[in-house]
Write a protein that binds this ligand. Structure first.
Ligand SMILES: *[C@@H]1O[C@H](CO)[C@@H](O)[C@H](O)[C@H]1NC(C)=O
Ligand SMILES: *[C@@H]1O[C@H](CO)[C@@H](O)[C@H](O)[C@H]1NC(C)=O
Ligand SMILES: *[C@@H]1O[C@H](CO)[C@@H](O)[C@H](O)[C@H]1NC(C)=O
Ligand SMILES: *[C@@H]1O[C@H](CO)[C@@H](O)[C@H](O)[C@H]1NC(C)=O
Ligand SMILES: *[C@@H]1O[C@H](CO)[C@@H](O)[C@H](O)[C@H]1NC(C)=O
Ligand SMILES: *[C@@H]1O[C@H](CO)[C@@H](O)[C@H](O)[C@H]1NC(C)=O
Ligand SMILES: *[C@@H]1O[C@H](CO)[C@@H](O)[C@H](O)[C@H]1NC(C)=O
Ligand SMILES: *[C@@H]1O[C@H](CO)[C@@H](O)[C@H](O)[C@H]1NC(C)=O
Length: 443
């Protein structure tokens, strides 16, 4: 029997499937994440209840988890939050996903006397994203009304005390604020102080045109800041950059009404500011006080340099291009030992800027005798008056070149006339002296 046994061939391994294990394509979802809701921490969200403690508790929980944490502020509801500081460092990345409304107490009297400089304050935090489509509403009307500078009649006793900054990041890094609305801030809407690696994008930032000091994005002594794809329409600057700030990039901004884009004021009260490596392009600026402005105070020191303004369309802007080195109101002692100190302004280029000016003077380079502006450059600029008439340009102590079509005609003085005996404004700090890097060009 056994002899007849036929040994059949093993069946072909028809089902053999070669599984290519592509480890690299495994979804990142494997990374642990924690999802939290503000409501789980006792928040009510009726716009009346004080939800501050819930936010503080939720932040502490988010900050203490080892996972990548999403903290949701639920949609439709309105969370009334008193001034609060949310501090880091946290253990992991946090996403504050704001889909509902966060609102401030309306009356300045509701605010603690000691905490009136800020509302939502983040301090020492890294790797934080704010997004979610919701609204942060400063409800600043009562603050504006009591402000002496306001154009409105003060309805309460007026004060010169600064109102709170609405959303303020201080000593932070890796911050992204995107896709939310910031409105009716008491003072500036979004402020970054001593932060790095910052993104502010897809934002809608609005307050009434006549609201005082309601700057859109205020950058103070920060670096690596990207402000992009935003709508900013407020009562003050759309974006302002001050302090010691470097590598700031603006792109695709709709700005106006308000005061336009500003570098400065720099050097107020004899302070030292250094703003450099600033690049802006694709800006739509309309119905504003200024277009692109550099403003410095006499008596201060430091510098504003290496700034590029390009591809800008202006409509009905009062001062489309302006450098203003202001004279101090008092005879204060300048911050440098030299009597004639000022913040130096140099290497500012304006390229491909067109549109209309609401005033006859479309270009103003009003520089100081103490520190003339150097290496300014105009290239392909065409600004006319809103009614079609010719606009004009004004220069005082402004040196540089113009290239291509420049309308109104450039009034810059060629660089070789720049007086070499101009005293260097500051003690020991690198200023104009170090700038002779050979790109002088007289035409
Ligand atoms: C709201 O709650 C916070 C946190 O508990 C507290 O500090 C603040 O004083 C409260 N505000 C009022 C007006 O009760
Ligand atoms: C401010 O008040 C004065 C006096 O009450 C009034 O004449 C004026 O029209 C008011 N101005 C505005 C802008 O409301
Ligand atoms: C304005 O100030 C006066 C004097 O300090 C005070 O009597 C009055 O109550 C204040 N008014 C308001 C609305 O705060
Ligand atoms: C800028 O930096 C200088 C030198 O480090 C410092 O003295 C000055 O206070 C800083 N300015 C501001 C506005 O922080
Ligand atoms: C500068 O000094 C004036 C007068 O002392 C003060 O009102 C103002 O707030 C100061 N500005 C800054 C930026 O410190
Ligand atoms: C500063 O300038 C004033 C007037 O311009 C002059 O009287 C004063 O002596 C100067 N001070 C210094 C330290 O140079
Ligand atoms: C400048 O702009 C005006 C208005 O758009 C236009 O009519 C004019 O031809 C332009 N000038 C130059 C030199 O391009
Ligand atoms: C406006 O400027 C153009 C070009 O610079 C010039 O030809 C024209 O005469 C000017 N028009 C007036 C009214 O000044």
């Amino acid at each position: 029997m056994a002899l007849g046994a036929s040994v059949s061939a093993p069946p072909p391994l028809a089902g053999v499937v070669v599984v290519a294990v592509l480890l690299l394509l495994l979804p990142e979802a494997a990374e642990p994440r924690t999802l939290l809701s503000l409501d789980d921490f006792g928040a009510v969200g009726d716009g009346i209840t004080n939800d501050t403690q819930a936010l503080v508790d939720a932040w502490s929980a988010a900050c203490a988890t080892d996972d990548h944490t999403f903290l949701h502020v639920p949609a439709v509801k309105s969370y009334l939050i008193w001034p609060v500081t949310l501090a880091g460092p946290c253990r992991e990345e946090i996403k504050l996903f704001i889909s509902g409304n966060i609102v401030a107490p309306e009356s300045p009297d509701d605010w603690p006397e000691s905490g009136r400089s800020k509302w939502l304050h983040f301090h020492g935090v890294s790797d934080l994203t704010l997004s979610g489509g919701g609204v942060i509403d400063g409800r600043g009307q009562r603050w504006w009304a009591r402000f002496c500078k306001t154009k409105h009649n003060a309805t309460e006793n007026c004060t010169t005390q600064a109102a709170p900054k609405a959303l303020h990041f201080e000593d932070c890094q890796g911050i992204s604020v995107k896709g939310i609305t910031l409105q009716n801030s008491q003072q500036s809407h979004l402020t970054f102080t001593r932060c790095s690696h910052v993104k502010a994008s897809y934002l809608r930032i609005t307050s009434p045109e006549e609201s005082p000091d309601t700057t859109g994005v205020h950058v103070v002594s920060s670096r690596n800041v990207h402000i992009m794809d935003d709508l900013i329409a407020t009562g003050h600057d759309c974006v302002s950059i001050v302090g010691n700030s470097t590598d700031v990039r603006l792109r695709a901004i709709s700005c106006g009404p308000g005061h336009g884009i500003s570098i400065g004021g720099l050097g107020e009260n004899r302070s030292y500011h250094r703003v450099e490596k600033i690049k802006m392009d694709t800006l739509f600026i309309s119905n504003t006080e200024n277009g692109v402005r550099v403003k410095t105070y006499q008596g201060g020191c430091g510098t504003a340099r290496k700034v590029k303004f390009g591809d800008i369309l202006m409509k009905n802007v009062k001062n489309p291009i302006i450098i203003h080195q202001q004279h101090s109101s008092s005879n204060e002692i300048p911050c440098a030992s030299n009597n004639r100190s000022a913040v130096t302004v140099g290497k500012i280029s304006y390229m491909d800027i067109t549109g209309t000016s609401a005033s006859e003077r479309a270009v103003t380079f009003s520089c100081s005798d103490a520190a003339p502006c150097s290496k300014l450059s105009l290239e392909n600029v065409n600004l006319t008056m809103a009614g079609g008439q010719n606009a004009s340009a004004y220069c005082h102590q402004a040196f540089g070149k113009s290239v291509g079509v420049v309308v109104p005609d450039s009034c810059l003085t060629k660089e070789d006339f720049l007086r070499r005996q101009v005293p260097v404004a500051t003690t020991g700090m690198l200023e104009q002296g170090g700038e002779d890097d050979g790109d002088d060009d007289d035409r």
